[in-house]
Design a binder for this molecule. Structure first.
Ligand SMILES: Cc1ncc(COP(=O)(O)O)c(C=O)c1O
Length: 297
C-alpha cells in the first residue's frame, strides 16, 4: 500500500523538476513508506536518507539497506515519549544541513492520497461494480482520503470505514502507547479531513493480533498488523451490514515483517498473556463468499 504513494511522490517531484539527479530525498519512516521510498529512489538512482528510531525493526533496517537507503537513527524520545516528533525534527535539521534536499512528507503530500484514487478505481474495476462498504486502516490518511475522494468524485454508494488503533489521535481519541506499527498516528496528519470516512472503528493491539491469527486460520493469509485490525473491524460491525452487501477490506501488507512479533507465540505471551484461545477455536463457517484480489504494487 505504501509503494504506490512512495513512487508517486518521487515521480511527481521529478516531473515538476523539484527533484533532479543530485537531489537527496529525506523522509521520516520506520516502516513501509521508508522501504517504498528506498525502492523508488533506487529505481531513479537517487540518494535516500531514511530517518528511523529505535523501534524500527532489524528486518526493516536490513530491507532499507538492501535497497541502498542510508539510515539516520534518532535516539531521544520526544516530550510525549514517542519518536515521531523527534524524527520530524531530525528531518528538518537535515533539510537545513544538506544542500539540494527534498522531503516528500507523506503526512501532507497530495500525491500520497492521489495514489489511492487509483487503488479505489482498481477495486471498482476488479469487482465489476462499486463496493457497498470499504474497510481501510489509517495512519497518514492517504489511503482513506484517496479512496473517499474517488468515491465522492464518482458518486459511488460506497460507505467507508476507517480503521484506527486504540491510542491513536487521528479521530480525536486520547493518545496511548501502541505496539503494532502501521495503522494509527501520534499526530493528526494534515491529510486528515472531517468527514474523511463515514465511520471510524478503533481496534486494540490484541484485536489486531487476533485478526491476523484468524486470517491465517480461516483464509491461509499471512498478513501484517493493520490487516488484522481491518479484519477485526469487519467482525465488530458486520451485524449492521446486510448479508448480500459487497464488502472490501484492504490488507495493506504481508506478515513476513511481523514474524518476530504478531506471529511469535513468545512475543504474544509476553505482551498479552495466554490468549491463544482467541484464535485456536474452530474456523469461521463458510457462509461468506470471499474473493481475494491479490495485487503487487
Ligand atoms: C501496514 C500499514 N497499514 C496501514 C497504513 C496506513 O495507511 P495510510 O498511511 O495511507 O493511512 C500504513 C501506513 O504506514 C501501513 O504501513
Amino acid at each position: 500500500m505504501k509503494d504506490r504513494p512512495a513512487l508517486k511522490m518521487v515521480q511527481d517531484a521529478l516531473d515538476r523538476g523539484i527533484v533532479g539527479p543530485d537531489t537527496v530525498i529525506v523522509e521520516s519512516s520506520s516502516g513501509n513508506m521508508g522501504i517504498g521510498l528506498a525502492q523508488a529512489c533506487r529505481y531513479f538512482n537517487l540518494r535516500f536518507i531514511c530517518v528511523v528510531d529505535p523501534k524500527t525493526t532489524a528486518q526493516n533496517l536490513t530491507l532499507l539497506r538492501a535497497y541502498g537507503a542510508e539510515i539516520d537513527l534518532v535516539t531521544e524520545p520526544d516530550a510525549a515519549g514517542g519518536f515521531l516528533k523527534s524524527r520530524l525534527n531530525r528531518v528538518n535539521e537535515l533539510l537545513r544541513l544538506i544542500e539540494n534536499c527534498y522531503w516528500p512528507n507523506q503526512y501532507s503530500s497530495p500525491q500520497n492520497s492521489l495514489a489511492h484514487h487509483v487503488t479505489m478505481s482498481e477495486i471498482v474495476r476488479d469487482l465489476g461494480q462499486p463496493a457497498d462498504y470499504l474497510f481501510a486502516a489509517t495512519s497518514t490518511c492517504g489511503t482513506v482520503r484517496g479512496c473517499s475522494e474517488y468515491v465522492r468524485q464518482n458518486n459511488l454508494p460506497t460507505k467507508i470505514f476507517a480503521v484506527d488503533a486504540v491510542g491513536s489521535v487521528i479521530f480525536g481519541h486520547p493518545p496511548a502507547g501502541r505496539l503494532i506499527p502501521g495503522h494509527g498516528a501520534a499526530i493528526r496528519p494534515p491529510l486528515f479531513q472531517t468527514g474523511i470516512a463515514d465511520e471510524c472503528v478503533h481496534i486494540s493491539d490484541l484485536e489486531s493480533v487476533t485478526g491476523c491469527r484468524r486470517l491465517v486460520r480461516d483464509e491461509a493469509l499471512l498478513m501484517g498488523g493493520s490487516s488484522g485490525a481491518v479484519i477485526s473491524a469487519v467482525e465488530k460491525v458486520k451485524h449492521r451490514i446486510p448479508d448480500d452487501a459487497v464488502c472490501v477490506a484492504i490488507l495493506a501488507d504481508r506478515g513476513e515483517r511481523y514474524l518476530d512479533t504478531i506471529y511469535s507465540d513468545d512475543w504474544v505471551l509476553n505482551h498479552f498473556g495466554e490468549v491463544s484461545h482467541l484464535w485456536r477455536g474452530p474456523s469461521r463457517s463458510n457462509s461468506t463468499t470471499t474473493t481475494a484480489i491479490s495485487r503487487t504494487a
